[in-house]
Write a protein that binds this ligand. Structure first.
Ligand SMILES: [Zn+2]
Length: 336
């Protein structure tokens, strides 16, 4: 964290001037913000999509919106100070939670981010960032949507007109790209893959209901399923379960059940939407073949013949995808 000092005064020059310095000006840039359940990252990107500077810190999720926004502002100060000569023209944000993109406000969020629902994030950030970047506009969207937009513009879905992006980490989320744009939905919920009913018997979802995809398909669900099957209670998380799968039959079954649930759910979504391709990202996907093989087997088993050539690929941007998507949305705001 920074204390906000501007060591060489360059920040003030940039805020007040036109950003065009004769001494190696970097020109126009955007701030990209990724607010996740555990970590917040801020990057400064130029018009060529190069990351000029990046900083991250734990998300103070339990401390409320002011603390989270304060973290974003402090990180933004750090990255702006590291790239003198860059002029911030817009800020793009991907955040955990359900987002009303038109209002830039959080509609709904889990308790991971306390009191996050109702936060007028775009307006608050615009106000708090004004001393740093002037009146640059702020665009806010869901973090999985930002992730998908990143893969669409810069990664595994580049050039596609439609795509289904699924992120499998601690939880599970998805984003639907139609005609080159993120589908938001009438109530801002499109892509809430976590709460698709899959009949996971007896497993309780983070929303409190029983049988939703996240209850077995997310990393937390996978770990709980492993324990429910009688797995070793000293294994701490989904990563640990996946690591034991080669020599622990219960771990292997837990991973296979979890992956197959995701595969069947993807088959359902893909049949409904007929996307050009499916992109998968996230920590659980990174477990590799032990997860991917049963996922793809379940998926392919369900797909009708005309969908048999549906490409299912891993994301290529990894954890940087939401930042690239947030940056893309920021550039779109200012017509670039
Ligand atoms: Zn649910």
């Amino acid at each position: 964290m920074t204390d906000g000092r501007h060591g060489d005064g360059s920040l003030g020059d940039r805020s007040l001037g036109d950003g065009r310095h004769g001494d190696g000006s970097l020109g126009d840039a955007v701030l990209a913000v990724d607010i996740g359940g555990t970590k917040t990252a801020v990057a400064l990107l130029d018009g060529e999509h190069a990351v000029l500077a990046m900083a991250q810190a734990p998300t103070p999720g339990a401390d409320g919106p002011d603390a989270i926004i304060g973290t974003v502002v402090a990180l933004a100060q750090q990255v702006v100070e590291r790239a003198p000569g860059a002029r911030v023209v817009a800020t793009g944000v991907g955040t955990a939670g359900t987002v009303d993109v038109d209002r830039g406000a959080i509609v709904w969020a889990t308790e991971t981010l306390a009191d996050w629902a109702g936060t007028p994030l775009a307006a608050s950030l615009r106000s708090r960032l004004a001393p740093l970047v002037g009146d640059a506009p702020v665009q806010v969207q869901n973090d999985v949507d930002a992730h998908a937009l990143g893969e669409l513009r810069r990664g595994a879905a580049a050039g596609a007109r439609s795509a289904l992006m699924v992120a499998v980490g601690t939880g599970i989320g998805a984003s639907v790209i139609v005609d080159g744009r993120v589908l938001r939905g009438h109530r801002h919920v499109a892509g809430a893959f976590a709460h698709v009913p899959v009949g996971a018997a007896g497993l309780r979802c983070t929303c409190g209901r029983v049988g939703h995809l996240e209850a077995i398909g997310g990393g937390l669900g996978l770990h709980r399923h492993y324990l429910a099957l009688g797995g070793d209670r000293s294994v701490a998380d989904a990563r640990g379960v996946a690591g034991r799968a080669p020599h622990d039959p219960i771990a292997r079954r837990a991973v296979a059940d979890s992956a197959a649930a995701v595969g069947r759910a993807i088959a359902g979504a893909a049949t409904l939407l007929d996307p050009e391709l499916v992109v998968l990202s996230g920590g659980v996907v990174a477990a590799g073949a032990v997860w991917w093989a049963p996922m793809e087997s379940a998926l392919r088993t369900e797909l009708i013949e005309v969908l048999h050539d549906l490409p299912v690929v891993a994301g290529s941007l990894g954890g940087a995808a939401p930042l690239h998507g947030a940056a893309a949305a920021a550039w779109e705001m200012v017509g670039a």
